[in-house]
Ligand binder design. Structure first.
Ligand SMILES: *[C@@H]1O[C@H](CO)[C@@H](O)[C@H](O)[C@H]1NC(C)=O
Ligand SMILES: *[C@@H]1O[C@H](CO)[C@@H](O)[C@H](O)[C@H]1NC(C)=O
Length: 208
C-alpha cells in the first residue's frame, strides 16, 4: 500500500471514529477533508479560543445585487464544528434584500433578530410554505428543500440560522443554472427558457 493510501485510510478512520472516541475533533484544515469531515488537531495545542467564533460581531455593509451579506460559521470558518453535526450563519438584508432560492444538504432553523422577512420553502410537491416572520420568530427549512428569504420590512433585517451539519453546503439554484459551466444551449433546453432569457441571466451572472 502506498503512503498516500495509508494516510487517507487513517484519516477516514479518525473521522469516522472520533464521535464516540473523543470529546471533540477540532478540524486540522492543513489535511484533506474526508467524506466524514476533517482529521482532528492535537488536543494539546487547543485553547478555549478554538471553541469560540467571533465572526458574527459588528455591522454589515450590503453591496451586492441580491442585497444581502451572509456570514458563514461552517466548519471551514469555525473548525471546532468538525464532526459535531452543527453549524451557523448570520444573514443580513438591506431594504428589499433577498437570499435567492437555494438548498443545503442539511435542515436549517432560522431566528429573526432585526427587521421583518418573508421566509419560505417549496416542497417536492411544489407546495410553497411561506410567511412573514418578525423579530424572535423561528421557522425551519427541511433538508435539501429549496428555500428563500426576502426582507419585506422598511429597515435592514438580520437573522441567524443553524444547520444540522458542520459543512451543510449552499446551492443557489440560479447560480447553478446560469453562473456555472453549463453551456447556454443545454441550460435553455432543460429550463424551457428562450435563448434571449438564458443569455440575459448568464450576463447577470457574468458567464456570457
Ligand atoms: C459584508 O459586510 C462586511 C462588514 O461591513 C464587509 O467587510 C463585507 O465586504 C461585506 N460582504 C459583502 C459580500 O458585501
Ligand atoms: C400536492 O399539491 C396539490 C396541489 O398542487 C395538492 O392538491 C396535494 O394535496 C398535494 N399533495 C401532498 C401530498 O401534499
Amino acid at each position: 500500500m502506498n503512503n498516500l493510501l495509508v494516510f487517507f485510510t487513517f484519516s477516514l478512520l479518525v473521522c469516522l471514529s472520533h464521535a464516540i472516541e473523543v470529546d471533540f475533533c477540532v478540524a486540522d484544515r492543513s489535511l484533506p477533508r474526508g467524506s466524514q469531515g476533517y482529521a482532528c488537531r492535537d488536543p494539546a495545542t487547543l485553547t478555549t479560543d478554538d471553541f469560540v467564533y467571533t465572526g458574527f460581531r459588528g455591522g454589515r455593509t450590503i453591496t451586492n445585487v441580491p442585497g444581502n451579506n451572509v456570514t458563514l460559521a461552517f466548519v471551514d470558518q469555525f473548525p471546532a464544528l468538525n464532526g459535531l453535526g452543527i453549524s451557523m450563519a448570520r444573514l443580513d438584508f438591506g431594504v428589499g434584500g433577498v437570499i435567492p432560492v437555494h438548498s443545503h444538504r442539511r435542515s436549517e432553523v432560522i431566528i429573526v433578530s432585526r427587521g421583518s422577512i418573508i421566509a419560505g420553502f417549496i416542497d417536492t410537491n411544489n407546495t410553497a410554505y411561506y410567511r412573514r416572520l418578525e423579530v424572535e420568530d423561528v421557522m425551519i427549512f427541511p433538508q435539501a428543500i429549496l428555500h428563500f428569504q426576502v426582507n419585506v420590512g422598511t429597515t435592514p433585517a438580520t437573522a441567524f440560522v443553524s444547520l444540522n451539519g458542520a459543512n451543510p453546503s449552499i446551492q443557489f439554484t440560479m447560480n447553478s443554472l446560469f453562473g456555472g459551466n453549463l453551456p447556454a444551449d443545454i441550460t435553455q433546453q432543460i429550463t424551457l427558457l428562450s435563448n434571449a432569457e438564458v443569455m440575459r441571466m448568464k450576463r447577470a451572472f457574468g458567464t456570457a
